[in-house]
Each structure stands twice: as structure tokens, then as C-alpha cells.
Design a protein around this ligand. Structure first.
Ligand SMILES: [Cu+2]
Length: 119
């Protein structure tokens, strides 16, 4: 019985990890007229999904609260944009994505993950 409980707990934990890293889809925040502030803390970007219109300049403000070096950089690999994030200071990132699609942004080790929906 105890063994079975441990297995169930293990499976639940694995399911949680799978959900967290691959399946969770937080609601997208729209950023067009107003810049969105993205807080970098506790392993997540908040908001982690940002929707922006295609072909228009948008400003994202990153505010890093996490002191771990993991959070020190944000990278939009597909858009060829990245920025160093000093702790406790807002850093503005200007983007003007021309093509619709979903662009991932991450820290250097891909622990922090977010996506930019260009519509
Ligand atoms: Cu990292």
C-alpha cells in the first residue's frame, strides 16, 4: 500500500512537471498601445504570454526581481533580440515583429519561458 502511494505521488509529480513545462498556457496579455511590464520572478515571466499586433513597434518592459544568475538575460532567439536584466531595474525592449506567429522568449538556460504571440 505504501509503495503504491509513493508511485501515485511520483506520477502526480511527473504530471505536474509535464504540465508546468509543456502544457500550461497562461492567458495572453495584449500589448499594443500600452507597454507591458514583464516581471521575472520565481522561475516564471508574468505575464508569460503576450499578444502583439504584427508590423507595429511594441515596448516590453522587463523587471527582474529574481537574484539568481539564471534570470540575468532574456532572449528572443527567433527575433534576434536579447537584453541583460539588472536586478530591480526595468529594461525596455523594443520589438517590431513583421510576421505572425509564436515566438518564444527564454533565459539562457530555458528555465524561464514565455511566448510572444504576433497576430
Ligand atoms: Cu535560466
Amino acid at each position: 500500500m505504501a509503495v503504491m502511494l509513493v508511485n501515485v505521488a511520483g506520477l502526480a509529480f511527473i504530471a505536474l512537471i509535464v504540465w508546468w513545462f509543456w502544457l500550461s498556457r497562461p492567458a495572453a496579455r495584449r500589448a499594443d498601445a500600452e507597454p507591458v511590464t514583464v516581471v521575472v520572478e520565481d522561475g516564471v515571466y508574468s505575464p508569460a504570454r503576450i499578444e502583439v499586433p504584427r508590423g507595429q513597434p511594441v515596448v516590453l518592459r522587463f523587471l527582474r526581481k529574481d537574484p539568481s544568475p539564471c534570470a540575468a538575460k532574456v532572449i528572443f532567439a527567433d527575433l534576434d533580440v536579447s537584453a541583460e536584466l539588472p536586478i530591480g531595474e526595468e529594461r525596455e525592449l523594443r520589438l517590431e515583429p513583421q510576421q505572425a506567429g509564436e515566438y518564444e522568449f527564454t533565459c539562457e538556460m530555458h528555465m524561464y519561458r514565455g511566448s510572444l504571440l504576433v497576430t
